[in-house]
Design a binder for this molecule. Structure first.
Ligand SMILES: N[C@@H](CCC(=O)N[C@@H](CS)C(=O)NCC(=O)O)C(=O)O
Length: 209
């Protein structure tokens, strides 16, 4: 197996934390997004969507989305269960993760890719060039601010987002909060549950990756 990574991008970090929490050793290849390595023929031959992360399996199959990588690795290495331990937990974790991905990551992407200078002409990932739309940046910023304001209720008194166990919902929320902080968007000062949760998950060795 081979893992195509990029240390500076949020999506591969979602896979890296998962791999570390599972205790799996995988050969890793760093892809330099800044120099456009992911748009070169060699990489596009592996992943036509031109994004990282990618997990290349022994038979050559390439999984090109974080959730697909999680599903595959979870099936092969069930312990510890990061996607829910029972059928009902699996459903609940998937629900939470989807909302964090849609409400958090998609909002951040909408904001950032439509405003940052470096994404001019690359407002969407992939081989097709799309122009930035400033109104989408404005809407994305509003969405992410609202999302961050709701994290305190999402976490509540629970140790982890889905309950008593660390899951992919925690991975996504952690990566999202760090990604937002990079654009100076933070959890509200009075979000005490969210801040307690954030300090605990950030202290896990996997979060340093
Ligand atoms: N749905 C994909 C999204 C992957 C993605 O958007 N990756 C970004 C880095 S965070 C990327 O490869 N960007 C390439 C680009 O900006 O052209 C996943 O969940 O892994």
């Amino acid at each position: 197996m081979r893992f195509y990574d990029c240390k500076t991008a949020p999506s591969p970090r979602r896979a890296r934390i998962f791999i570390a929490e599972k205790g799996i050793e995988i050969e890793t290849v760093e892809v330099d997004l800044r120099s456009g390595e992911h748009l070169k023929e060699e990489f596009v031959a592996l992943n036509a969507h031109a994004t990282v992360p990618v997990l290349q399996l022994e038979d050559g199959t390439c999984l090109s989305s974080t959730t697909a990588i999680w599903h595959y690795l979870d099936a092969v290495h069930p312990d510890p269960p990061l996607m829910g331990a029972s059928p009902i937990e699996r459903g609940r974790v998937a629900d939470l993760q989807w909302h964090i991905e849609m409400g958090g990551f998609m909002a951040m992407a909408e904001y950032m890719r439509n405003s940052a200078q470096g994404f001019k002409g690359r407002a969407l990932t992939g081989p097709v060039k799309y122009d930035q739309i400033p109104a989408l940046a404005e809407r994305g910023k509003q969405r992410i601010e609202r999302f961050l304001a709701e994290v305190d209720d999402l976490v509540g008194e629970k140790p982890f987002v889905a309950g008593d166990a660390f899951t992919v919902a925690d991975i996504d929320l952690l990566v999202l909060i760090d990604f937002a902080a990079w654009r100076k968007l933070a959890l509200p000062a009075d979000a005490t549950h969210a801040r307690r949760w954030y300090d605990a998950v950030s202290a896990r060795p996997s979060a340093a990756l």
